[in-house]
Design a protein around this ligand. Structure first.
Ligand code: SF4
Length: 319
């Protein structure tokens, strides 16, 4: 069963429902962040107010500076680039023991990819797009952690991958020796296999042969670099089905096969075939299967009823 005590640590932009700290004194509502608050330990941050710009404040913007960029406040002419760079480096060094980040999109501080960059402090039209200063620093200091902006978490596949990654990385943070590594690996073996089989095999070798935790961690990060393919989840479920079907009735088998086809076609949730399989696992009383994180990678309270269409997200991009 899922360990309800587990709470990943995630850094989040403070304006996403925690404090009215935007330049105009407003707060932003994010249903996704709100849902996670009962289950995740959030570390809130507002880099612009932390460097003393105040709330409300004159807005800042990214201004191109040769190959680089500056953080400028057009109404006052202030250049706060160096204060912001120092703050970001200090904050991220102090908060290195985290599993992920949820940042506000398009912000000159928190943005990850789509923030407007201007040619001059008073230039009217943006000339490019890129990451804000805090977003840039997150990508530099913690590139392998789970990193998303709030808007992308509305997509089921991206949210499912983000949650799976932070809960698995949080669990791996507790692994301190070979015995704990082997337990971690056993508990997550089907989940890891459903991500990337080749990486999974390497993790199996390291776990069996007593490889270093560092090597295991590196491959684990690589494995979580992108969401799993729909087909690989189907493959795992089909293998389990073959293992378990001798103990179930013909009409149950038929119902499962229909559900699997519907999931493949994107017409039903992964939870339908997965729940059928899980009832068979419980019936088989196999503790090695019952405890697999593949069935419950994160708390059921974070699964949404409307999470229906589940096939591969085709436009997934990493930062
Ligand atoms: S986007 Fe970042 S800097 Fe801007 S208000 Fe939100 S937390 Fe503060």
């Amino acid at each position: 069963m899922f360990d309800m005590e587990r709470r990943p640590r995630v850094v989040v932009s403070k304006c996403l429902g925690f404090e009215s700290c935007r330049y105009n004194g407003q707060i932003i509502s994010s249903d996704e962040v709100k849902e996670m608050r009962d289950h995740i330990d959030f570390i809130t941050v507002c880099p612009e107010s932390e460097i003393g710009l105040g709330v409300p404040r004159d807005p800042v913007r990214l201004v191109r500076d040769g190959q680089d960029k500056k953080l400028m406040q057009p109404n006052t002419g202030r250049d706060v680039t160096s204060e912001m760079k120092d703050y970001c480096a200090d904050f991220l060094k102090e908060n290195s023991d985290v599993d992920g980040f949820i940042l506000k999109s398009k912000s000159p501080s928190c943005g990850l990819k789509e923030t407007k960059i201007y040619a001059a402090i008073d230039g009217a039209a943006p000339v490019a797009k890129g990451a804000g200063f805090f977003g840039d620093a997150v990508l530099k200091y913690h590139p392998k952690k789970a990193i998303e902006y709030e808007g992308r978490l509305r997509n089921y596949q991206i949210r499912d991958h983000f949650l799976t990654k932070i809960y698995t990385l949080s669990s791996f943070r507790d692994v301190k020796n070979l015995e704990e590594l082997q337990k971690f690996h056993e508990h997550n073996r089907l989940l890891l296999k459903s991500y990337q089989e080749e990486m999974y095999e390497k993790l199996c070798d390291l776990s069996e042969e007593g490889g270093s935790l560092k090597d295991y961690e590196e491959i684990l990060y690589e494995l979580f670099n992108r969401p799993p393919e729909c087909e690989s989840k189907i493959k795992i479920m089909s293998e389990l089905f073959i293992e378990l079907k001798s103990d179930v009735e013909e009409d149950e088998i038929e119902f499962f096969e229909v559900s699997l086809d519907e999931y493949r076609e994107g017409n039903t949730s992964l939870n339908v075939p997965l729940s059928i399989l899980y009832t068979w696992v419980l019936r088989a009383k196999d503790p090695g299967l019952k405890d697999q994180s593949f069935f419950n990678p994160y708390p059921r309270g974070l699964v949404r009823l409307e999470d229906v269409r589940t096939c591969v997200v085709r436009d997934y991009w990493n930062y």
